[in-house]
Design a protein. Structure first.
Ligand SMILES: O=P(O)(O)OC[C@H]1O[C@](O)(COP(=O)(O)O)[C@@H](O)[C@@H]1O
Ligand SMILES: [Mg+2]
Ligand SMILES: [Mg+2]
Length: 335
């Protein structure tokens, strides 16, 4: 029988006697516990009163809140109660909660990612990012490279938790019989090349030239510049796209576009792009806005949006080159 590493053992081994690591491990354990309860709630769906119905309210980013957004936020918040956080930011709260003393880490999270999938019985998830609290510095203003840990949970056919503690990426799957997460993959590596891309193509007419060029190259397949056929996927949940990319490579794009309010795309830097970029880089992939490495960007607001391109590093590099070319061309055109 295979003996697998339990998530709580993994975080305890990481924690040792170091206070920052202990606080980080406690936060990861809290997300794991909350996610088990969220997974059960999602599994029962309408039987537990979850329908994906809107709440008649909007979150800080102007998104309509669904019943599960609100419930998941409450469950994560309750699980984190005894964790030594100094600042806590959620997608569902306008401002961060700040504690005056005892804070060792700052935590940002998206309690329920992919909300539009709830009512259709498709994949959703939870994303989290953990940074050291820095005395005298406004929380959530450090670049993503300051993260000590990041992870996400995918509530799909299996409930799995993807985690980086800054030394590679591990995947744990919930064993429903024991109610514990067991490691199924360690040192996950994203293939440098891929033949799969993910983008919401309904926005094509609003894209910038570099994104249009890239997608055209993918669609041209064997007959085009890439000289190979590409497959396309769009699950409308960042967690599911990221999981697929970790398992079999690929490139995901949510670029800025010309729609009102979408100049920086749709995804939020602090609790979506930063943690995903940390995980993807730790797995050997890359994450960029097209013009800048995501982990170099320091937020100026908790709910700030950012264009996100991530995945297999050779295709991400191709997208960066297309953006650079386009910027060079526009500078020349202006001269
Ligand atoms: O509906 P669109 O524009 O394709 O956007 C889908 C994207 O929006 C998100 O659902 C945003 O996250 P939330 O559901 O947490 O707001 C991503 O998971 C997904 O990649
Ligand atoms: Mg989200
Ligand atoms: Mg959300």
């Amino acid at each position: 029988m295979t003996v697998r590493t339990d998530l709580f053992q993994h975080t305890a081994d990481f924690a040792g006697q170091d206070p920052l690591r202990q606080a980080t491990a406690a936060a990861v354990d809290a997300f794991a516990k909350a996610s088990i309860a969220i997974s059960e709630l999602i599994g029962r769906g309408a039987l537990a009163g979850i329908t994906g119905a809107t709440q008649g309210s909007e979150n800080a980013d102007g998104d309509v809140q669904k019943d599960l957004d609100v419930r998941a936020d409450e469950m994560v918040r309750a699980a984190l109660k005894d964790v030594a956080w100094g600042a806590l930011a959620s997608e569902e709260a306008e401002t961060a909660d700040i504690r005056d003393s005892g804070g060792i880490i700052d935590i940002a999270y998206d309690p329920l990612d992919g909300s539009s999938n709830i009512e259709t019985n498709m994949t959703v998830g939870t994303i989290f990012s953990i940074m050291p609290s820095v005395a005298g510095k406004v929380p959530f203003t450090s670049p993503g490279s300051a993260q000590v840990a990041a992870g996400f949970v995918v509530y799909g056919p299996q409930t799995s938790l993807v985690l980086t503690l800054g030394h590679g990426v591990d995947i744990f799957t919930l064993d429903r019989a024991s109610g514990r997460y067991q490691r199924i993959r360690s040192d996950v590596q994203i293939s440098a090349d891929c033949a799969e891309f993910a983008i919401n193509a309904s926005n094509q007419r609003h894209w910038e030239a570099p994104v249009r060029d890239f997608v055209e190259q993918c669609l041209a397949g064997k007959d085009g510049a890439k000289a190979k056929n590409f497959n396309m996927r769009w699950i409308a949940a960042l967690v599911a796209e990221a999981y697929r990319i970790l398992v079999r490579g690929g490139v995901f794009l949510y670029p800025g576009d010309a729609r009102k309010g979408y100049s920086d795309g749709r995804l939020r830097l602090v609790y979506e792009a930063h943690p995903m970029a940390f995980i993807v880089e730790q797995a050997g992939g890359a994450a960029t806005t097209g013009r800048r490495r995501i982990l170099d960007v320091a937020p100026t607001a908790i709910h700030q949006r950012i264009p996100l391109i991530m995945g297999s590093k050779n295709e991400v590099a191709c997208l960066e080159a297309l953006h650079l070319d386009a910027d060079g061309a526009s500078v020349q055109a202006a001269e």
